[in-house]
Write a protein that binds this ligand. Structure first.
Ligand code: GAF
Length: 405
């Protein structure tokens, strides 16, 4: 990446007052559990976004994306989602901060934030690879605003506000994992996050003779965000059905495997058309909820494996997660399945699965260090034979979360 302070000065004829760096994330296990109040096990990585920032005085936001060579200028007043997606990750956060300021009695009068700012962004997180480049931008922006305008936000508040920004300006009803991991990551540590109460514990990640390798499908299907939101709704439908019998249940975190069977398995043979006709839920709801409840339990067992050094057991759980995401939750795609199948029976691969929201992006693999190059070669060949895409490889390190550069 270029020296962002130099770029900032060239672009805005001004000196950057602050530079903030915010990482992407991987997630070892716990997928589509965050918005169901479950557990996740992410870590921040050494691929990041940087923002450089300085205040203005004319009420305008001057935003420049260095990698895309695009500039957008808008007023700070009445911010609304824009057609350019990267802009929404900035102004979505500004809108949340404006709301926070308006609702915080100690900030009186017109706030300086409304006078505008110059910002430029750059990064090396591959976009659409499921490594949370958008969350990294949002976290970098809120961190910079917090410093520059002395907002006094905790990183916990920042995580919640950036999640809301993503809901309102990017239209994805995401959970908290990506922002939380980007803001709270620590070098060489994974983060077990309980999404029900945001309590989190760090564990050193010692993979011994193994390492993490990401295989990037190079595709992002257009239906990723709409299907993501649909999955959330399907989980909510399941909860409503379970509440008929167990009214104290609030989220899938409160639900046992037995309750899923008892309340939702009766619909397991109803496809969408039949379900519509009978005005009831379909077999999809059963499958979605079964996956989530299984996965929440699986993460807790996987952490025990990790702590006990039972790496094979941990890896097997990653494969199980993939199976559930592919068959029950239906957020995989043929390309991701090809990549997982390509390593499934390899004795040097402990575990592999699709990572993130799905419908493209990366698989995360735990591979014996001595075999990494041979496996990369083999998987690259298989992927080239079976698809029209060229596999990309990312070898990532676990790094610290959002910070001032
Ligand atoms: C995306 C979302 F942003 C996360 O909140 C999470 O739900 C993930 O998909 C799936 O685990 O990255």
């Amino acid at each position: 990446m270029q020296d962002i302070r130099v770029s900032f000065t060239q672009l805005f004829n001004n000196t950057a007052a602050i530079v903030v760096q915010s990482p992407g994330r991987i997630n070892l296990i716990g997928e589509h559990t965050d918005y169901n109040n479950g557990f996740v096990l992410p870590a921040a990585i050494d691929k990041c976004v940087q923002v450089a920032f300085a205040k203005r005085r004319d009420g305008a936001l001057h935003m420049h994306a260095i990698d895309l060579q695009e500039t957008v200028i808008i007023s700070t007043i009445a911010l609304q989602p824009q057609a350019t997606s990267w802009v929404n990750y900035i102004i979505g956060v500004v809108a949340q901060v404006q709301k926070y300021i308006a609702n915080t009695p100690s900030f009186t009068g017109a706030h300086e934030l409304d006078h505008g700012f110059d910002i430029c962004i750059q990064g090396d997180i591959p976009i659409g690879a499921g490594l949370s480049s958008s969350a990294a931008v949002e976290c970098a922006v809120i961190f910079a605003l917090n410093e520059m305008y002395q907002l006094g936000l905790t990183t916990m508040q920042m995580a919640l506000m950036t999640q809301q920004a993503e809901h309102e300006f990017a239209g994805v009803k995401c959970g908290i994992m990506d922002m939380f991991a980007s803001l709270h990551g620590k070098s060489n540590q994974v983060l077990l996050l309980d999404c029900a109460n945001l309590q989190h514990t760090y564990y050193p990640l010692d993979l011994k003779e193994y390492q993490i390798v990401l295989f990037d499908t190079q595709i992002k299907h257009a239906l990723a965000s709409s299907e993501y939101n649909t999955r959330r709704l399907e989980c909510e439908e399941g909860i409503k059905r379970i509440q008929n019998k167990y009214p104290s249940v609030q989220t899938l975190r409160d639900v046992s495997k037995q309750q899923v069977e008892e309340c939702l398995a009766p619909y397991k043979n109803l496809d969408a058309t039949l379900a519509d006709k009978n005005n009831t839920i379909s077999n999809k709801v059963y499958h979605r909820c079964k996956y989530v409840v299984d996965e929440i339990a699986r993460v807790q067992l996987a952490v025990k494996d990790l702590l006990a050094g039972k790496m094979h057991a941990f890896g097997q759980k990653m494969f199980d997660t993939h199976e559930g995401l592919s068959k029950l939750y239906e957020v995989s795609c043929p390309e991701l399945d090809i990549l997982v199948n390509a390593v499934k029976d390899n004795p040097h691969v402990l575990g592999a699965r699709m990572m993130g929201g799905g419908f493209g992006g990366c698989t995360i693999n735990i591979i014996k260090k001595s075999e990494v190059q041979a496996i990369i070669k083999a998987v690259t060949d298989i992927y080239a034979q079976k698809t029209s895409y060229t596999l990309q490889i990312h070898q990532v390190k676990i790094e610290q979360g959002t910070h001032i550069k």
